[in-house]
Design a protein around this ligand. Structure first.
Ligand code: PHE
Length: 341
């Protein structure tokens, strides 16, 4: 039995020092010191010994157990130290590595122009209104005095959302004239920017979705002079004080009289060039005096109140301001394009 104890001691100690992980070490501990371990099994045979041998063997067995236990403890410390070193090595922080560059974006050029325009109108006492892109036919057309047979109402021009042509994607921001007067009454001074939709093929100057800014002023004694004065002031804020403008007669169902506003081409000074397509002038907006029928449709008495309305194309303004030649660039969100602004 003495030899067996010595052998267990030898094997256990070399097994302990050979372990590479705490899990291994635990396996070895169970193998020798566990309930069914080798040392334990040997001690169970103590009964077979003579009374003289028993205390001697008992003492030796305790020595072996204590020795193995302290070896396990020491090895456990060694393994823990090793694990810590490995962890520290794996997690080294190299403070000399250059930092990661964070790309901070910026406003889309079209929104830069929009914010500038909002600012100009806010300074003139206008309010900003937001309205639905899914609109009722009544607001997009009927209440805006658009006759039932008007070509803009055709299925070929307008995205209808139901077979009865009752709901549609608004083709213009002008329905906001109606909504503004219905909701807030008059007098009113507001602009309403937003997306509009038309069945247009995509090319350098067309897109089925684009942005407009609607404007509406209604009060007592508003005349065409207010329209021209206001829009001239706005355009000169945007394009510079020396900008030459002109108003051409036009037709819109919801304004009377109606006009379009042009600016003299800033590239050629009116002589004619590719930017203005040889015209010398660039169209910037549609406008007019609010039609008396439109006022009446909103419960406003046209004998007491009058007003003017206008609609800018936002992409066109951005293209003019930033000298962008193709409308598609504004929507494609190519980072190489956007980074230039
Ligand atoms: N809604 C018109 C268009 O889309 C523009 C406009 C707005 C004209 C307001 C007059 C008054 O072309």
């Amino acid at each position: 039995m003495k030899e067996q104890l010595q052998a267990i001691r030898q094997q256990a100690l070399s097994a302990v020092t050979g372990t590479q992980s705490t899990a291994d070490l635990e396996t070895v501990r169970v193998q020798y010191l566990g309930k069914k371990g080798e040392l334990t099994s040997l001690l169970k045979q103590m009964g077979k010994l003579t009374p003289e041998e028993r205390p001697v063997m008992g003492q030796l067995a305790n020595e072996v157990r204590a020795e193995v236990e302290s070896a396990i403890e020491a090895q456990s410390a060694v393994l823990a130290g090793k694990a810590l070193t490995e962890k520290l090595e794996a997690e080294t922080l190299d403070v000399s590595i250059p930092g990661k560059v964070l790309h901070v974006g910026h406003k889309h050029p079209m929104y830069t122009v929009l914010d500038e325009i909002k600012e100009i109108f806010i300074n003139m006492g206008f309010e900003i209104m937001d309205g639905p892109e899914i609109e009722q036919e009544a607001y997009n057309f009927t209440k805006l005095n658009t006759p039932a047979d008007h070509p803009a109402r055709e299925w070929s021009d307008t995205f209808y959302l139901d077979s009865e042509s009752k709901t549609l994607l608004r083709t213009q921001t002008s329905p906001m004239q109606i909504r503004a007067m219905e909701t807030y009454g008059v007098p009113i001074r507001m602009i309403s920017p937003g997306r509009v939709y038309r069945k247009d093929e995509v090319d350098a100057t067309h897109s089925p979705m684009f942005h407009q800014i609607e404007g509406l002023v209604v009060d007592k004694g508003i005349t065409m002079a207010d329209l021209k004065g206001t829009l001239n002031a706005v355009i000169r804020e945007i394009y510079g004080l020396g900008t030459v403008t002109r108003f051409r007669p036009h037709h819109f169902p919801f304004t009377e009289p109606s006009c379009e506003m042009d600016i003299q081409c800033h590239k050629c000074g009116g002589v004619g060039c590719p930017t203005c397509k040889g015209e010398g002038w660039i169209e910037v907006l549609g406008a007019g005096m609010v039609h008396p029928k439109v006022l009446r449709n909103c419960g406003v008495d046209p004998d007491v109140y009058s007003g003017f309305a206008f609609g800018f194309g936002l992409e066109r303004l951005a293209m003019g301001q930033f000298k962008i030649s193709d409308l598609r660039l504004i929507f494609e969100n190519d980072i190489r394009f956007l980074e230039q602004f």
